[in-house]
Design a protein around this ligand. Structure first.
Ligand code: R5P
Length: 287
């Protein structure tokens, strides 16, 4: 097996290769003067199982093209299998047509990745579409809940786990179960991409550390609203934990004013303190 780190995901890919006892190489991506991409494998891939590690953050659209070019090239170069390990897969939140004429991006993006023999995604945002196979024919869901649970166990005493909405409660509940803590859920109403309202918390938080667990922090709007409600109940400490720390528009700086912010390293960044490389290595090792 050869693990290949795509731009922006090299560090995590190296760790995965190490833990899966596989070789490692980097995908070479350059740009022509007009902006077209030039993609090249730097190691021979013929007859190998190759795992492209690509997290779709930052320049998401360009990363999609890079990964698809690499996958088709790999097939052309006669690999045994081409596998995608996506620590973070974008475009999964638009899973229905909310307004007439809208594009259901989750359906279209997933279809584009049919070229892969298998697609491993860490905690995909599955909401109205419940099973990963309803989107990706060869999809496998990998979860970071054990990594998050052990972080909480090691670092936070007396936690109460809160899910800021129905969509994310699945993560809060799973984490709470693993560490035998209480889990509670908030009601969220989203008005726009940036404006949300979150209901009151009906749980005693005295002498407790409040840990809000969400799958994604993007603008931070959901977390900020949840924190406002939570702080009224005077918890001992406040923590925000996300699987995927997208943190657009200074979201991390804004959230840090309210509490400690921690994410996994599916997206690299200053808050990415929970390592999921072992979980991904374990998932891909028998493909
Ligand atoms: C949506 O339902 C997700 O679980 C997150 O709550 C949401 O994506 C967070 O987005 P934002 O940080 O922009 O509020």
């Amino acid at each position: 097996m050869l693990v290949i780190g795509c731009p922006g995901s090299e560090n995590l890919a190296r760790k995965i290769a190490n833990k899966a006892k596989a070789s490692y190489s980097t995908l070479s991506v350059k740009k022509f003067p007009d902006g077209e991409l030039h993609i090249r494998f730097l190691k021979d891939v013929k007859n190998k199982k190759i795992v492209l590690v690509q997290s779709f953050h930052g320049n998401i659209n360009e990363r999609i093209i890079q990964t698809l070019f690499a996958a088709y090239t790999a097939k052309d170069l006669k690999v045994k299998k081409v596998i995608l390990a996506a620590p973070y897969f974008a475009y999964l939140r638009e899973d229905k047509r909310f307004k007439p004429g809208e594009c259901i991006s989750a359906r279209i993006t997933s279809k584009l990745f049919d070229v892969f023999d298998k697609v491993f995604i860490v905690d995909p945002h599955l909401h109205r579409i419940k099973k990963i196979k309803q989107l990706f024919k060869k999809g496998v869901r990998v979860t970071s809940v054990k990594d998050i649970a052990s972080y909480i166990k090691k670092n936070i005493k007396n936690p109460v786990i809160v899910g800021p909405d129905k969509e994310s409660f699945q993560w809060a509940e799973a984490v709470a179960k693993l560490i035998k803590a209480k889990a509670t859920i908030l009601e969220k109403k989203r008005y726009t991409a940036r404006r949300v309202h979150v209901s009151k918390i009906h749980t005693d938080l005295k002498n407790k550390n409040l840990v809000i667990v969400d799958d994604i922090i993007s603008t931070g709007g959901t977390m900020v609203e949840a924190l406002k409600q939570a702080k009224k109940l005077g918890p001992k400490g406040v923590y925000c934990i996300a699987v995927h720390g997208v943190f657009v528009n200074n979201a991390l700086q804004r959230l840090k004013k309210h509490g400690k912010v921690i994410a996994t390293n599916t997206i690299p960044g200053n808050a990415s303190r929970i390592d999921v490389s072992g979980t991904i290595a374990e998932a891909i090792k028998n493909v």
